[in-house]
Design a protein around this ligand. Sequence first.
Ligand code: NAD
Length: 488
Amino acid sequence: MTTDIATARITYDKFYIGGSWVRPSTDRLITPIDASTEEPLGQVPEGACADIDAAVTAARATFDDPSGWASWDPARRAEVMERLATAIDKRAEEFVNRVSAQNGIPVAVAQQLEIGYPTAVLRFYAGLAREFSQIETRAGLFGGLIDVRKKPAGVVAAIAPWNFPQALSMFKIAPAMAAGCTLVVKPSPETVLDAYLLAEAIDEAQVPAGVINVVPAGREVGAYLVSHPGVDKVAFTGSTATGRSIAETCGRLLRPVTLELGGKSAAILLDDVDLDLTKIGEGLFASTLLNNGQTCFIGTRVLAPQSRYSEVVDAFTAFVAGLQVGNAHDPATQIGPMATDAQRQRVESFIATGLAEGARMTTGGRRPAGRDKGWFVEPTVFADVDNRAAIAREEIFGPVLTLIAYDDIDDAVRIANDSDYGLGGTVWTEDPDRGLAVASRIQTGTIGVNRYIPDPAAPFGGVKASGLGRELGPEGLAAYLQTQTIYR
Ligand code: NAD
C-alpha cells in the first residue's frame, strides 16, 4: 500500500491471493470515490477472470491439502479466527474511515456495525468451532453403528455488497472458517479500500495461505466466480435481481447457495404505541432509516392505525425533518450521502414516482441546500400511501419512508404480508405480548418487538424475494457443512 501524503489517496497494486501479494493479470483499475465530497480516495486493481482463476486455484489447493486447514481440529481454526479478530480490531479506526468515505455511512453507525460487530461475529463462530462436534455416532435401526460426519462444504465464493461491506463479508467468512472451508471474497467495486485493510489483517494474523483470498471486481467477474468449476458453494448478499441470476446459475450447476437479498419490511405501530420520540426515536431510527436508508432489513413501510394516523404523520414528519444531514465523517451526522451518484438518482426517481402516484410528501424530497458536492438527498416522508403504490412495493434503498394507514390488526397483518419481500420488520407497542402475537403473524425471516438488530447468535435471512437460507447463529454454520453418513 502507498499513501500520497498531499492527497491522502491510498493505492494498492496487488491482490491478496494464496497468502501473498500477487500482481494483477491486467492493468484495469478501480477508483473509489468519497460519497460526501466526490473526491477520488485512491486506486486499486480491478480483478479479471484470470485473477479469479488464481484465487480459486489457491483456495482449492489449500482446501484439498489432506493435512491442511480443512483437516484441522476446529479448535485450532478458532485460534486463527481469534487472531484475525485481534488484527481487525487494531485497525478499527481506519476501517471506519475507509468505509464511511466510500459508501457514506455515518461514522457513528460505522463504529457500531462495521467494526466491533464483524469481530463479534468472528469470535462467536470461533466459539462455535470450539464446541462443535464433527462426528455423531448412532446405533442403526438394522444393527451396526453409523457415523454422521459434518464436513466442510469446500471452496466458497463470497460476494458482498457495498452497504455494510465488512459486516456482510464477515457473515460469510466467519462461519466458513469455522467449518473448515476456504474462500474467494469478492468485494463490491464501490468498497474496496476496507477490503484491502481486511487482507492486511488476514496477512498479519497469519491465516494459513489460501484460506481467504480477496479479489475486488465488478459484475461480470462476479458471475464468472459464481460459475467457476473450482467453487463448491456460493454465499451472496445483494439485490434480488442479481440473486435471481446467481440462483439460476447455481440451480444449473446444482451448487449450494445462500442468498441475502432485498427487502421492503413493515414497521407496524399498534394503537397503544407511545409516540414520544425521545423514548423510541433511537430504536425507530435504527429500524427504519439506518445507514441513510441503505439497509436491506429496515422497515420503510410504516403501518399506522387509522385512529392515530394524523398523529403518526406529524410525529414522523417532525422526527425525519429534524435529522442531522451531513458529511459521513462528522460524528453528529445521522443521514449521510447516498453511496453513489447512481444510487441518488434511483432514490430521486422513486421520490418523483411517489409524487406522480399522488402520495403526500410531508418533508424532504430535495437535495439539501448548501451541499453541491456529495450525493445527498433529504430524508423524506410520504403520507397517504397505498400499499399498491410503487413506493410501497419496491425497495428504494434510500432515506424515504412511506406511511400507510390500516383499520385493525388483521388489516395491518394483511398489508405487512402483501409484499414480494420478507426480510425484517418491527412491531411497536406498550404491550410486549400483543407485539409478539402480531410479530408471529408476519411472513418474514426476522422481526423485532420495539427493537431490531440482527444478533450474531440468531439466524438472519429472508423469505419470498428476500432470499434463501440463513446467515448468523448456528444455522449459519450449517450452511458451510456437508453431511456424510458412514455405516460400520
Ligand atoms: P448488487 O446485487 O448489484 O451487487 C452485490 C454484489 O454482487 C457486488 O459485489 C456486485 O459486484 C456483485 N454482482 C453483481 N452482479 C453479479 C452477478 N451477476 N454475479 C455475481 N456477482 C454479481 O447489489 P448492490 O447494489 O451492491 O447492493 C444493494 C442491494 O443489496 C440491495 O437490494 C439490498 O437490499 C441488498 N442487501 C441485502 C442484504 C441482506 O442481507 N438481505 C444486505 C445488504 C444489502
